[in-house]
Design a binder for this molecule. Structure first.
Ligand code: DON
Length: 574
């Protein structure tokens, strides 16, 4: 899959031509020289991880939808064509900007722990964590938020009914689509998991084997569930026969779902994290994502040092040290703030961030174990997919959606076609029990009934005098550093060059384990040596990571561009 296959910018004057016969006539009369200038101007853009999802969004804009309708169409299409990454059985965060009044909101569609779940369910008699319990089977799945988000975004922000915006996804599910080499590789990687899962082999494998590229994957049951959602709204998913089938399948696989868990699921509208960095305004995901807070803290610390190219090893050292401190705070304080207050204001306080930055030694790595336990507060009682859309009017969507690990919990519920997530693994089972992303966390992110697990997903907007950048990526805990590095590169470069921004090699630090993870390509021996000389332990990861999708719209010209991560064709494990 080529980079350009995933993205498309559209010439919105064409849409007007299609919608308004009068304008069409005027345009026909106009001199062709200026008409071609207008037609060359691209004012809307969509970047997604799959060409069919991009096409679905484009189709909906053409039918008079706004960016929010296009986002609904894209998310539903991704649920069908990238079933290992996101879907109706998962959740995510939608960062929205409404052009009319500048309203910005994060639609929190994170999954919730079922009411019947207890921390003890994940431990054996000897008090040891049961291997895989948070990752596979009924106890791994949390109550999905994705269908509620589709209904909410469509009805509150969209211009079209769900029956229109879900139509492309329904068509892909029913008629089928030819799988690409990426699907084939991921299915091969997870072949045994899919063979053993509940209802998964029948849908995602060809016989009992991973299908070859070109195989037509049909999901008629998922099509029927999407149609029910289109007809009945969220209750078409959470209540009645779909809801009953979901709970039955999960409980059959060892889970503890009650029908009321599904019926009471609601998305929550939250204020995003907003801050400035060297004159740019950045908006990003709030809790229960740790992403926006980590970005604000990291950039706040970096602002106290001179700006430099993110490729420069001296600057990379500072980025690592900022991430180390931000991820320490994540482990110490962050979790679902609806359960236990999280001192977000204090964590984002400039004086606290300055004190943290002051502990950074530009010449040497701080060992994570030796990092001080400075308290910000004493009194104040926190495989995936991303897409970015902007329309002609300037409405924006940055949405990162997930079922967590590839193919989630490996449970397709009955005849619903819905593949359930394993988001329970994003909770912390204890300070010394790392999750799939080697993240450790504290009580703030412990399992509790009804709670939302802490996430790293970081959909973001960056606004400066040049325009607006909309970005995000999958990658588990490495999502935060990917978004951070892309923002640093965007703000450092004098020219907006999306392919270059995406091609930059990535590095990551998350406090624990205390090492700088780096991609296998793109770092020179001199760069590695410079980091090692400061005392960092480098770990070269065997695969590149991430699948970033970016859109940029220029303030000066109104032109919009989109670009997809060149890594998108690879298997992104996390
Ligand atoms: O919410 C989170 O942080 C994770 N469940 C996201 C998983 C992810 O990004 C996997 N990516 N490849």
């Amino acid at each position: 899959m080529g980079v350009l296959a995933n993205v498309r910018s559209i010439s919105v004057p064409w849409l007007r031509v299609a919608r308004h016969a009068l304008f069409r006539a005027a345009l026909a009369l106009a001199a062709c020289c200026w008409a071609s200038v207008i037609l060359a101007q691209q004012t809307a853009a969509i970047a997604t991880a799959h060409p069919l999802a991009t096409a679905a969004g484009y189709e909906i804009l053409k039918r008079g939808g706004n960016a929010f309708d296009a986002g609904v169409a894209v998310a539903a299409a991704l649920a069908v064509v990238e079933p290992y990454s996101s879907g109706l059985g998962g959740g995510g965060f939608w960062l929205l900007h409404r052009a009319d009044d500048g309203h910005q909101v994060m639609v929190d569609a994170r999954e919730t722990a079922p009411a019947g779940v207890r921390r003890e369910h994940y431990f054996d008699r000897d008090g040891k964590p049961i291997p895989g319990a948070t990752r596979q089977g009924g106890l791994a799945a949390a109550i999905p938020g994705a269908p509620a988000a589709l209904a909410h975004v469509a009805t509150r922000y969209g211009a079209l009914p769900l029956s229109v915006s879900l139509a492309p996804a329904i068509q892909y599910a029913r008629a089928g689509f030819k799988i690409d080499p990426r699907y084939a590789r991921i299915a091969r990687l997870r072949e045994r998991f899919l063979q053993k899962g509940t209802g998964t082999a029948r849908i995602f494998l060809d016989g009992m084997q991973a299908p070859q590229p070109g195989y037509v994957l049909r999901q008629p049951e998922l099509a029927a569930t999407l149609e029910r959602l289109a007809r009945e709204g969220a209750s078409g998913f959470y209540s009645g026969r779909v809801g009953r089938a979901l709970a039955a399948a999960v409980n059959e696989a060892g889970g503890v779902w009650q029908h009321s868990d599904l019926e009471s699921y609601r998305v929550v509208e939250r204020a995003p994290i907003r801050f400035t960095y060297r004159g740019a305004t950045i908006t990003a995901a709030a809790l229960p994502s740790a992403g926006g807070i980590a970005l604000a803290q990291s950039l706040g610390m970096l602002e106290r040092f001179p700006s430099a190219s993110p490729g420069n090893p001296g600057h990379a050292h500072l980025v690592v040290e900022a991430l180390r401190r931000a991820f320490q705070d994540r482990a110490r304080y962050l979790g679902d703030s609806d359960f236990k207050p999280v001192p977000v204001t204090k964590l984002l306080d400039r004086r606290y961030i300055a004190r943290r930055a002051a502990t950074i030694d530009p010449g040497a790595a701080t060992k994570s174990d030796a990092l001080g336990d400075e308290q910000p507060v004493r009194s104040e009682s926190g495989n995936t997919t991303h897409f970015s859309v902007i329309d002609e009017a300037g409405n924006r969507v940055a949405a990162t959606l997930t079922i967590n690990l590839l193919f989630g919990a490996g449970i397709v519920a009955g005849d619903t076609g819905v593949l359930l997530n394993n988001e329970m693994d994003d909770f912390s089972l204890g300070d010394d029990v790392p999750n799939a992303y080697r993240l450790r966390g504290g009580r703030a992110n412990g399992i509790e009934p009804g709670k939302r697990p802490l996430s790293s997903m970081t959909p973001a907007f960056v606004e400066d005098e040049r325009g607006v950048l909309i970005l995000g990526s999958p990658g588990g805990s490495r999502t935060v550093s990917q978004v951070l590095l892309a923002i640093l590169q965007y703000l450092h470069a004098s020219r907006v060059d999306l392919p270059r921004l995406l091609a930059l090699p990535r590095f990551h630090h998350q406090y624990w384990p205390d090492r700088v993870e780096i991609e296998p390509e793109g770092f020179t021996p001199a760069w590695r040596a410079a980091l090692a000389a400061k005392g960092h332990t480098l770990e070269t990861v065997n695969r590149k990571w991430g699948n970033m999708q970016v859109v940029f719209k220029s303030k000066q010209t109104g032109a919009a561009h989109a670009a997809s991560d060149p890594r998108g064709a690879d298997v992104a494990w996390y």
